[in-house]
Design a binder for this molecule. Structure first.
Ligand code: FES
Length: 111
């Protein structure tokens, strides 16, 4: 399993005004990659990659969870934790609400 590489630091990405999101989870595109913006029962916002942590399938939004069609792993809406397989979690990134504007902290990438 490959994890996001934060060794080159973190960059903050502007997701837009919080008011522009009327429901969670919602699909969002960030720098050409697909993510889900989700809000936990605790109110915490998280950005989750649509890349499956098992073997890079594409996770999609179902009625009650996230689903990867490649091997059937399902992930809980609020945390991205796998609910029908081994201990695993969708790649999840911190989201900050600053003055009503949302920012995600993503790996800087290779330099
Ligand atoms: S790649 Fe997603 S369950 Fe295997």
């Amino acid at each position: 399993m490959v994890y996001p590489d934060f060794s080159n630091g973190v960059k903050e990405v502007d997701l837009g005004p919080k008011d522009s999101f009327t429901k969670f989870p919602v699909e969002v595109e960030v720098e050409g990659f697909d993510f889900f913006l989700a809000q936990g029962k605790d109110g915490v916002l998280r950005l989750m990659s649509s890349l499956c942590p098992h073997s890079w399938g594409t996770v999609y939004l179902e009625d009650t969870c996230f689903m990867c069609p490649s091997h059937g792993w399902r992930f809980e809406y609020y945390t991205g934790n796998c609910i029908n397989g081994p201990i695993a979690q969708m790649f999840t990134f911190e989201v900050t609400d600053r003055d009503g504007h949302l920012y995600a902290s993503l790996p800087e990438g290779k330099k």
